[in-house]
Design a protein around this ligand. Sequence first.
Ligand SMILES: *Cc1c(COP(=O)(O)O)cnc(C)c1O
Length: 374
Amino acid sequence: MTIDDLRSTPYLVLDTDIAARQYRRLAKAFMGTPIMYAVKANPEPQLIQRLAEMGASFDVASPAEIDLCAKEGVEPERLSYGNTVKKAADIAYAYERGVRLFVFDSEAELEKLAEHAPDAMVFCRILASSDGARWPLSRKFGCAPEMAVSLLERAAALGLDPVGVSFHVGSQQLDPSRWEPSIAQAALVFEWLRQKGIHLRLLNVGGGFPVTYREPVAPIECYAAAIYGAVRRHFGAHVPEVAIEPGRYIAADAGVLRAQVVLVSQKSADDDHRWVYLDVGRFGGLAETEGEAIQYRMVTGYDGEPTGPVMLAGPTCDSVDIMYQHAGYQLPLSLRPGDYVDILGTGAYTVTYSSMGFNGFSPLPTFCLGGSSC
Ligand SMILES: *Cc1c(COP(=O)(O)O)cnc(C)c1O
């Protein structure tokens, strides 16, 4: 990284030491349970390498993510192909590369797995409510628990190894109690299958663990306690191994996005709301500002000085390229074009969400700090 690189905004600075700290905190709170980092949150190779050195496993969703992990020295036994929507050729590719753990949520996907990943271990993902999540996952993934039972039974009949149940309660999930309903359903699936002589062994409670943006969140220990409490209540004497799949919790705090003010303007002389246009927006990496869902903290060189209300928008000619109109953001009155705005907590779901070059604006580059590999 050179001084010239750092003059040309926007860019993300990613500190892998902070990601490592988040990983350690999570590992401690969850008492050594397997951690499968969701690569899509931030696939920066140095981050993957750092987490791999610390013993992480990885949740991957495509051949490219498999190759990326392999390139950083991650053995295929540490990969879980967690996408429930896979092309047959991609399943075959993963299997050929040694991946033996796959997630599915439908009969058609199970047939594909039986054909292209014979004898692999499979998880069935059940539908989970995303209530309470700032970035909900809707009903795109997962099936009803009753269907999970018949599909896992069928998996065994097809020669696959049914290992367990997974779910995801929505990203940036603020409510620690939201895991319990899905844990209760998973326990029923385990029990119904036990009665049929099929013994599942792994419960994957997904990701969703929140970080601090503008609103405070409960410490991670509260989430671990709520999840383990629910597992004990619902599984009783048959407590399974628990796995987690964090993305945001590990990567978000490790990133700071440096942007520059392009324009400060007003729509009429008597309107005290300033429009602040940055050189990064919804298409340049801040996609999660859609619906003002994720509200990032921002730092400027004028902190402590008087502030006033602002609308924040990106630099493209698309009218949806507005980050915040209703969220009540305030920025210093002194803010001028050319000033930097540092957007905090931007290590997750930014770089991978930046467009290829919409309106001629480049994808967001990353500069990495921290760790032995830098
Ligand atoms: C994206 C994703 C995760 C990570 O979710 P976070 O909310 O970032 O923790 C975990 N599991 C699966 C299957 C995912 O798709």
